[in-house]
Design a protein around this ligand. Structure first.
Ligand code: SF4
Length: 289
């Protein structure tokens, strides 16, 4: 079940006298559009799912003469990107029973994704009743908002407690977020008890490739242009040919470019995309150049 934070939405609409609003929903929340239409006078829903707080199409405010943008299921970034006051985040919550998973290690680093912000505290109590020591995550680095919260690109909340814990449990479903924490090198599980593995990128292939593509996004939090340019300069000095590509959605047409290896200077999800192989995120590549 989902808590849509309808009362918060009503308050924001009334307090600001908003009429036209661009509404950004993750795929799993698109079914709630009718409910939201009852409390937002003139909503414009996006056809694409919204993936994160990085994903706010500011240019649409002017194009559709909208009063505001509402981003559901994410939170306002602590540092970057920054947004004006008429961009609102609604931290909608997944409502469900606490996980029964108890990891074998004793000192547990507990962190969460925003949709689990109101459930992870109960899980902490449960683990303590089982005799475990639970260390809550600290403040994130840039994209997440609250102490203990992570996103796929910002695991700062976990990194800051790494010396105090034997391993991590991430209050989240699936593997995208828990795999990002597993990169820190300690045993990591999602709260369903499934073990996470750090993504491995075929960096060795980069060194034997001559034609490189670097892709950067257009969304405010998905454009690591500075890093992209630094990598381009470095690779060109090694005699490689490098093209820069801009894009948010990857389809198989990207294979029309004559490229042997892709570097993603955008959301880390992109390097895991089936159409971009072989590939690696720009931050990973920078470690080797
Ligand atoms: S992991 Fe990707 S989708 Fe999520 S906040 Fe970061 S850039 Fe955005």
């Amino acid at each position: 079940m989902i808590d849509l934070k309808i009362e918060d939405v009503k308050k924001v609409v009334a307090n600001n006298n908003y009429k036209k609003v661009i509404v950004l929903l993750p795929a799993g929340v698109m079914t709630q559009s009718i409910e939201l239409s009852k409390v937002i006078p003139t909503p414009y829903f996006m056809s694409n799912p919204c993936y994160g707080a990085c994903d706010v199409p500011m240019h649409l405010i002017e194009k559709f003469d909208a009063d505001a943008i509402f981003n559901f299921a994410h939170s306002r970034p602590i540092k970057f990107p920054t947004y004006p006051k008429n961009v609102h985040f609604f931290e909608i919550q997944v409502i469900r029973d606490t996980s029964p998973f108890v990891p074998k290690f004793d000192n547990i680093g507990l962190i969460y994704v925003i949709q689990f912000k109101e459930s992870y505290a109960k899980y902490k109590e449960f683990l303590e009743l089982k005799g475990k020591t639970v260390v809550l995550g600290e403040l994130p680095d840039f994209m997440a908002t609250h102490p203990g919260q992570i996103t796929g690109c910002d695991v700062g909340a976990a990194k800051k407690i790494i010396d105090k814990v034997d391993g991590f449990v991430v209050a989240c479903d699936g593997f995208f977020h828990s795999n990002a924490v597993a990169v820190l090198g300690k045993p990591t599980y999602n709260w369903n008890g499934e073990k996470a593995t750090a993504p491995k990128f075929p960096i060795a292939k980069l060194f034997i490739s001559k034609k490189i593509g670097i892709i950067t996004g257009t969304k405010p939090g998905q454009s690591y242009l500075k890093e992209a340019n630094a990598v381009k300069t470095k690779l060109e000095s090694q005699g490689k040919q490098v093209i820069m590509v801009i894009g948010d959605v990857i389809t198989q047409e990207i294979n029309n470019y004559d490229v042997e290896f892709w570097i993603t200077a955008t959301c880390p999800r992109m390097a895991e995309d089936e159409y971009l192989t072989p590939s690696a995120p720009v931050h990973e590549v920078l470690k080797y150049l």
